[in-house]
Design a protein around this ligand. Sequence first.
Ligand code: HEC
Length: 158
Amino acid sequence: MRLNTLGLIIGVLLLFSCGGGQSKIDQIKEQSKMAEPTSLEEAEAKWKDYYGVGPITSSFSVPDEVDQELAATGKQIYDLKCTACHKADKRFIGPAPKDILTRRTPAWVMNMILNPEEMVLKDPLAKQLLIAYNGSPMANQNLTEEEARAVLEYFRTL
Ligand code: HEC
């Protein structure tokens, strides 16, 4: 009888601790037994194919050919809202976006642009990036999904 009660209590506790509120990242970590990375290098190696947290909820690929018109729109947005902290090909307040798609997935880049606050809290790679950049966070510039996609296209021309 007492054992049953104990079992019930443990069951209820487990239900509360593992239930509904678990994020996708936590689930992936649990399923794949992936430990939290402790350096940016480790995060980049292990979480390379992941797409982060935010409005983009699945991976997507970009066509081989760059859409020049879209990239030109992206450049305008980037020049206006991103150059305070980013330089195309060298580290500034934030990282250089040149060749970013060799290091990150398109969906991850979009989520980093659209949802940086949550990314640096929950995404293992974004967390390490924040540490590598001395805790200075990426600013949410309130881009729409279309604008973020255009900037991503511009990054492909760098
Ligand atoms: C106030 C400074 C600031 C502004 C403005 C800013 N960023 Fe950032 N960004 C950062 C910092 C710092 C990091 C790295 C640290 C972090 O992740 O928090 C970063 C990281 C990033 C990353 C991840 C890079 C990588 O190598 O993984 C992307 C992509 C990015 N920014 C895109 C943009 C875009 C696009 C804009 C404009 C819409 C923008 N940023 C505006 C500071 C800024």
